[in-house]
Each structure stands twice: as structure tokens, then as C-alpha cells.
Design a protein around this ligand. Structure first.
Ligand SMILES: Cc1ncc(C[n+]2csc(CCOP(=O)(O)OP(=O)(O)O)c2C)c(N)n1
Length: 284
């Protein structure tokens, strides 16, 4: 059966399963270390599955392919999600998962750039979108069709540099650029309390073609990404409302899940919860 986006329900089911696999990988990494930025990663799983297994043109056998679409993870501490999708796509060996967060590891808690498939270094918030604008301009100058996708957190909407990038992206008509705003409503010490809303209206007023969706709804994600393909002289923004800990009820309910440090038994409970919600399974 076809969905509104023209993608079959089988494709959507396959993408949901990919997102589930990413969540399994993230829990595996965090459980190994006993801690990690896992709640945010779980919230981003659906978006990353839609990007890497539906929307983006990329080649794990040739990570530096000039015509690849670029994905920039601006929020460096979401790295656990990035490692999960790079492994699932074939850029990284899962055997490296146990090294997540360890000294000397290629998988630090905030992304570093010595991993195939990683485009930028993360850590200092608010830097990704400006780099994405630069890459989008560079691709256009080179006459390439490739696009740039950039994740930005709601915490980064409190950085002036993000708004400068929003201004320049529109000024230069970067219609090969898609910003994916992860509005999960939390930051380091709890809920976002700075007046960010209305995010959609503000970003639209900066000249971006914007849409707001549930970032954990695979069909909505696929549809929004397909709409973003239009080359109309405007950069595209997808404002994703995501649930931190998505797929793991214990984490979804945690009030302070910015950085979780939990026992082996608790990780097991979370893995069981995740498995109970596996696409196709009936949660007991
Ligand atoms: C420029 C900069 N300022 C402060 C920090 C410290 N910091 C690390 S995570 C974090 C919270 C950010 O919230 P958000 O980006 O929304 O991430 P989430 O709550 O989803 O983890 C802060 C302030 C940083 N990494 N970079």
C-alpha cells in the first residue's frame, strides 16, 4: 500500500525497524560504559533512519565521494546516535561499540572527526549550521547536486551563531540545505525555559521554508524530507518535536535524562522495554 508520501507501508515498516536497531545499538554502547547521552540519541533514531536509509545519497564504501549528501551532527554530544547509524550503514564496525566514551576511543562522548562518515567535529554548540551553510554554498559553486542536512538542537537555538547561519542561509538562497531542529524540550539542567517559541514562525520569518512535525513519526519524517527536495531558492527547515528516551518508557519518563548513569540491572530493564516495543511486536 502507498502512503501519502508515495512510499510504501513496507518501506515505512522497514525504516521503523532500522530506527529500532539504532536504539538497540545505542543502549548497547551506553550500557557498556554504564553512562552516556542516550536519551537524546533515542529521540533522534527515527530521523537518522529516514536520512541514511531513505533520503540521503551516500556510499559507505566511499565516504569521501564528492557527490555525497552530507549529514552534519551539530550537537556533538548526540554522538551515540551518530555511531549507531554509521555502524548500521556500514561505515563503522560494531566491534568498536564497547569503546564508547573511553579514553583514546574513536567513539568519544562528543564527536571527533577521525571516523569515516563524520563531516564535522562537535562539542562546541551552535557551530554546525554555519558550517552547513558554507558546505551548501561550496557544493553549489562546484555545480554539484548534493545536499547538506544539518541537525541542530533546541539548546543551539539559544546560540546567536545559529541565527546568523539562518540569516545567511536564506540570504544566499541555499535550497540545497535542510536544517533538522531537534526540539526535544530539554537541555542540561531540565526543561528549556528560554522563550524559543514560536520556533516555526521565527525560522519562517528568517526566509526558510519550514514545517513542524512529530520527529518520532516515521511517515511524517519521510514526507517532510521528500518535500524538502524542491529547489525553490529557499533553505528548508524541519522542526522536529522529539521525545527524549523515545522507545524506552523508563527513560521517556525520567525528568532529568540529559546524561544518564545507571546500573547494569537498569540497562537490562531498558533493553527489555525496548524489545517489547519492537516494530511488529505487541508491547506487553
Ligand atoms: C557553546 C557551548 N556552550 C555550552 C556547552 C555545554 N553544554 C553541553 S550540553 C548542553 C545542553 C544543551 O542542550 P541541547 O543542546 O538542547 O541538548 P539536549 O538537552 O538535547 O542534550 C550544554 C549547555 C557546550 N557544549 N557548548
Amino acid at each position: 500500500m502507498m502512503t501519502a508520501s508515495g512510499v510504501t507501508t513496507t518501506d515505512i515498516d522497514m525504516l521503523r525497524l532500522r530506527a529500532y536497531d539504532l536504539r538497540v545499538a545505542m543502549l548497547e554502547m551506553a550500557a557498556g560504559k554504564g553512562e552516556g547521552y542516550v536519551a537524546q540519541g533515542l529521540g533522534m533514531a527515527d530521523c537518522l533512519a529516514a536520512l541514511y536509509f531513505h533520503e540521503m545519497h551516500h556510499d559507505p564504501a566511499n565516504p569521501d565521494w564528492d557527490d555525497r549528501d552530507r549529514f552534519l551532527l551539530s550537537t556533538g554530544h548526540y554522538s551515540i546516535a551518530m555511531y549507531a547509524v554509521l555502524a548500521e550503514a556500514g561505515y563503522l564496525d560494531r566491534a568498536e561499540f564497547p569503546s564508547y566514551g573511553l579514553n583514546g576511543s574513536r567513539l568519544p562522548m562528543s564527536t571527533f572527526d577521525d571516523l569515516p562518515g563524520l563531516e564535522i567535529v562537535g562539542g562546541s554548540l551552535g557551530q554546525g549550521l554555519g558550517q552547513a551553510v558554507g558546505m551548501a554554498l561550496g557544493l553549489r559553486l562546484d555545480g554539484r547536486e548534493a545536499r547538506v542536512f544539518c541537525e541542530v538542537s533546541d539548546g543551539e537555538l539559544q546560540e546567536g551563531s545559529t541565527w546568523e547561519a539562518l540569516m545567511s542561509g536564506a540570504t544566499f538562497g541555499c535550497d540545497n540545505l535542510v536544517a533538522l531542529f531537534d526540539c526535544n524540550g530539554v537541555q542540561a539542567d531540565g526543561p528549556v525555559h528560554v522563550q524559543l517559541e514560536p520556533v516555526l514562525d521565527k525560522i519562517s520569518a528568517f526566509g526558510w521554508s519550514s514545517i513542524e512535525i512529530n520527529g518520532n513519526d516515521m511517515e511524517a519524517l519521510v514526507r517532510a524530507l521528500e518535500v524538502s527536495r524542491v529547489r525553490d531558492g529557499k533553505p528548508k527547515a524541519i522542526i522536529m518535536r522529539t521525545q527524549p528516551g523515545s522507545g524506552v518508557p523508563t527513560l521517556e519518563k525520567r525528568e532529568r535524562a540529559h546524561f544518564v548513569r545507571i546500573t547494569d540491572e537498569e540497562w537490562q530493564v531498558m533493553r527489555d522495554e525496548l524489545e517489547a516495543g519492537r516494530p511488529g511486536a505487541t508491547r506487553g
